[in-house]
Design a protein around this ligand. Structure first.
Ligand code: SAM
Length: 286
């Protein structure tokens, strides 16, 4: 985990008296997927933030080049200018903060250009508790990110993927917040368990989001998932849907072959095996 993120995560867990729980034996139960309920959201933060951030860090750095061109797309997106991100089903932010802090660390180590980035972030989830933690975590890392040239303007919004009006309100809020942004990223991390059970509603929401990009806005979609038993079942149809929107105007591809990697827990130093699959789309050159 990037040091900036590990330190702020430690402080947030300590403030919530949950650091010890995070440092207990690594839990593999499938029920840890967050949700509207406060306890579910908190448990996901305590036991899965590290896994989500490690997975996204792995994809962003892209050793072995398994996830090209998406790894490069993600790093390039955060190079410079006025840009805007929609973090869908954001939870407490493990995935998105993994991306941000990995790029920040590359900048800190002079492995990535330090041009100024003005980043609008709209984070959306059904859980008020998850949104509150996401907001606090973003606020915590905003100083260190600012120090390497990434200035964040965050907004958090309750969103229910099963409600079409909720998605319409979300898109209005995002475009209003985005203002003159030059490029857009729709970022989704670890929403596969829900998607597998509710594919038609997720497809409707994706369609509702994509039709708003009817003009030539630069757009990246990055959907990063652990490799679970049912991932391939929903990933193929969702990719087909996205291909329809990117055909002739960019590219959409998936990396459906399981890629395994080892990551180190930031506090216990335990070595844990993770896995990743993804869908990546890009329209416009960035
Ligand atoms: C496994 S967590 C992923 C969180 C985060 N993106 C990450 O990378 O760790 C799945 C998230 O989906 C959210 N979720 C569940 N049902 C939802 C719904 N109907 N609408 C929007 N979000 C929902 C949960 O609250 C939870 O935060």
């Amino acid at each position: 985990m990037p040091p900036i993120l590990a330190e702020e995560l430690r402080l947030e867990l300590t403030a919530r008296e949950k650091l010890e729980d995070t440092c207990g034996p690594y839990r593999t139960d499938k029920e840890l997927v967050g949700g509207r309920d406060e306890e579910d959201a908190l448990n996901h933060f305590v036991h899965r933030f590290t896994a989500s951030s490690a997975r996204v860090q792995y994809v962003t750095l892209g050793p072995g080049k398994h996830f090209e061109p998406t790894s490069t797309d993600l790093r390039s997106f955060l190079t410079d200018g006025r840009i805007s991100v929609l973090d869908l089903a954001c939870g407490s932010g493990g995935g998105f903060l993994g991306l941000l802090c990995t790029v920040a660390e590359l900048r800190r180590q002079n492995a990535h250009a330090r041009l100024p980035v003005d980043l609008q972030v709209l984070a959306a989830d059904i859980s008020p508790t998850a949104l509150e933690i996401h907001e606090r975590m973003l606020r915590r890392v905003s100083g260190p990110l600012d120090a390497v040239g990434i200035r964040i303007t965050p907004k958090h919004m309750e969103w229910d993927v099963t409600d079409g009006y909720s998605t319409a309100r979300l898109m209005e809020a995002w475009f209003k917040q985005a203002g003159e942004s030059e490029a857009f990223l729709v970022f989704i991390s670890a929403f596969g368990a829900f998607t597998e059970k509710n594919r038609p509603v997720v497809e409707t929401a994706i369609r509702d989001i994509m039709v708003r990009f009817h003009d030539d806005k630069q757009l990246i979609v990055a959907w990063i998932e652990p490799s679970l038993k049912g991932t391939s079942r929903w990933m193929g149809p969702i990719l087909e849907l996205l291909i329809g929107f990117f055909k002739g105007r960019g590219r959409a591809n998936s990396h459906d072959a399981e890629v395994k990697f080892d990551w180190r827990h930031p506090f216990t130093k335990e070595s844990i095996t993770g896995s990743a699959k993804l869908i990546g789309c890009n329209r416009g050159s960035r």
